[in-house]
Design a binder for this molecule. Structure first.
Ligand code: G6P
Length: 611
């Protein structure tokens, strides 16, 4: 949450910062601001989106080739012009942008108030700006030392970029808990929360680690630790194309990402599944495979959509590899007192690789001595660096706040893992294994077939776009899909939606059913098919509207339901990869028809770097 961007070089900073902020807007869009050094320093900031900032700046000619910019997801203080970043210290020596939370800010604020500081905003960031300035002025030290000393007093998380007006040819960046990437150009540097604003300028990047402080001038980059040891920067080359972060011909990123799923799934299994030999290999797990094969328990941890993928993973791993699996919300796991055994394997799933609760859960599991692995999408993000091994989902950048292609890529990885473990633990026959791999390889084509029916989903959306409540029901593998379908709808259309295991309906939710309530039932022809037919009858008997997702050619449910969405047949364990697609599109169309901003739904952010 919160996107930060900085530039130091010879080019005009303004377009670089504005375009950078647009790329980062998925991280938060409560307010936006920037500050550019040009003889003096000017700060422009306002409530709202980057577009509002551009309008606010209007035709003013913002000159200068050093600057910082910020797009905010509010934590401390309501979203307004004053609380927007950048923040200036009271005497104007420091301008800072910040992503994260300073947990001891009220204590620091009190002390600074006692020393005569006053504050114009309610933010923790302004406290930090004043703390740095106080140390700078009292200690008569350089800006870099003042930053270092101030950060030693801070409890919390930060990605920071700082300008000191007395040292105008310099940017200082620091990281703890919140990501920062530096782009290395020719006599110029870029800084951002992730690589998306950098990619159009350079592919050479340095990922900062926790407790790193970088001092950037046009000609040099100095990297030090918080305790002032010199560090050698490791320059990496980005494997990312500018086209991947553009909307192309699609109206929204979410729609583009839904339609990318045949490719993103293929990219996720490419090189890991051998078509000829029918084998699966996951390089990032190679070293830990002996422990995985003998695992007595796996705990999968995630948040939001990643947690839903984890639930599918539980069903897959238990079915195929017969290893007990538990799935935990990261936020619960980190704060309750879970039993973690040294023999446990913890798998943390995260699209961004930066989710604060998931990172804290990793720390807890590491402290308990468990083996922690990651399933992440963003290469170089924090979770892959904090874990002992793992598997990247190669879904490509996901910009729409509502997760779509990341989910199916995560499920693809978990499917491969379950298969691999099942085979190695001798629970799967060669015949089943081979057939399953072929079916997995066919999934992208099956998804194309579903995407071709987009207009049908639009028609259904048109009918129900104005209802207030939706229910989603599924059994077995379709239960996590029901949860995910409901989450997609509420996230982007603000319609209340609940996902339930179909059999649980009679323990409460059935009371909600009336002739205005659409119930989406995910009903593939699996072992519990007859049961779900009964559930549909129960809904119909109470006047509910049934939208059923069924296998192609199915007739029983088709005769009962109000709307039928047909998806191709495949192995039941692969059905979530297919049945989730129409639900994503249904939510998308409803949200568009309701005039909602699907890529940037209210109050949400894509990368939740606060707890
Ligand atoms: C936010 C996003 C969700 C995402 C969740 C977990 O809430 O809006 O789409 O599923 O965070 O994020 P992660 O990056 O850890 O998968």
């Amino acid at each position: 949450m919160c996107g930060i961007v900085g530039y130091i070089g010879k080019k005009p900073a303004y377009p670089i910062l504005i375009n950078g902020l647009k790329r980062l807007e998925y991280r938060g869009y409560d307010s936006a601001g920037l500050s550019i050094l040009n003889k003096g320093i000017r700060i422009y900031k306002c409530r709202g989106k980057v577009e509002d900032l551009e309008n606010y700046i209007g035709s003013q000619h913002v000159k200068g080739s050093i600057g910082i910019g910020h797009t905010r997801w509010a934590t401390h203080g309501e979203p307004n012009d004053v609380n927007a970043h950048p923040h200036k210290s009271m005497n104007g020596h420091f301008i800072i942008i910040h992503n994260g939370i300073i947990e001891n800010y009220s204590k620091l604020k009190k002390k600074l108030t006692d020393h005569g500081y006053n504050f114009s905003s309610e933010t923790d960031t302004e406290v930090l700006a004043n703390l740095i300035e106080y140390i700078y002025l009292q200690g008569k030290v350089s800006a870099e030392i003042a930053v270092r000393l101030a950060l030693r007093k801070v409890i919390g998380a930060y990605g920071l970029v700082i300008i000191c007006t007395d040292e105008p040819d310099k940017l200082i960046a620091a990281r703890k808990g919140s990501p920062l990437v530096i782009g290395v150009g020719d006599k110029e540097y870029f800084i951002a929360s992730d690589a998306t604003p950098i990619i159009e300028h350079t592919k050479k990047v340095i990922y900062l680690n926790d407790d790193d402080i970088a001092v950037l001038t046009r000609d040099a980059l100095q990297l030090k630790s918080l305790d002032s040891k010199n560090l050698i920067p490791v320059i990496q080359t980005l494997d990312l194309d500018i086209g991947e972060i553009d909307k192309g011909n699609f109206e929204h990123f979410m729609l583009k990402e839904i339609f990318e799923q045949p490719k993103s799934i293929q990219d996720t299994f490419r090189g890991r599944i051998s078509k000829e030999k029918h084998t699966i290999s996951l390089g990032g797990l190679f070293e830990v495979m002996p422990r995985l094969i003998t695992a007595r328990r796996i705990i999968i941890i995630g948040c939001g959509t990643s947690w839903h993928a984890g639930l599918v993973g539980e069903y897959l791993i238990e079915e195929f590899a017969r290893i007990p699996v538990e799935v935990e919300y990261a936020s619960e796991f980190r704060y309750r007192n879970p039993v973690i055994d040294k023999e446990d394997i913890i798998i943390v799933i995260s699209q961004s690789g930066e989710t604060a609760d998931s990172l804290a859960a990793i720390q807890k599991a590491n402290e308990a001595g468990a083996l922690v692995l990651g399933v992440c999408n963003v290469v170089g993000s924090s979770i892959p660096r904090e874990t002992r091994g793992g598997v990247y989902t190669h879904a490509g950048p996901e910009i729409g706040v509502a997760s779509t292609k990341a989910f199916t890529a995560q499920v693809t990885v978990l499917t491969m893992l379950a298969m691999l473990l099942g085979k190695k633990r001798n629970y799967l026959s060669d015949e089943f294994y081979t057939r399953f791999i072929s079916e997995l390889q066919e999934i992208p084509e099956r998804i194309e077939e579903i995407l071709a029916k987009n207009d049908q989903f639009k028609e259904i959306a048109e009918k129900y776009k104005n209802v207030n409540n939706f229910m989603y029901l599924g059994r077995g593998y379709s239960f996590p899909v029901a949860l995910e379908g409901a989450l997609k709808l509420k996230e982007i259309s603000y319609i209340h939606a609940e996902g339930y295991p179909a059999a649980e309906m009679k323990h409460g939710p059935i009371a909600l059913i009336d002739e205005k309530m659409p119930v989406v039932v995910i009903a593939p022809k699996d072992d519990s098919y007859e049961k779900i037919v009964s559930n549909i009858q129960e809904v119909k008997a109470r006047g509910g509207i049934v939208i059923a997702v069924v296998n192609k050619g199915e007739t029983t449910i088709s005769d009962m339901a109000d709307h039928i969405i047909e998806v191709p047949s495949t192995n039941l364990a692969l059905m979530p990869l297919l049945s989730v697609i129409p639900l994503q599109l249904l939510s998308y169309h409803i949200a568009v028809m309701r005039g909602c901003n699907v890529d940037q739904p209210r109050n949400l952010a894509k990368s939740v770097t606060v707890e």
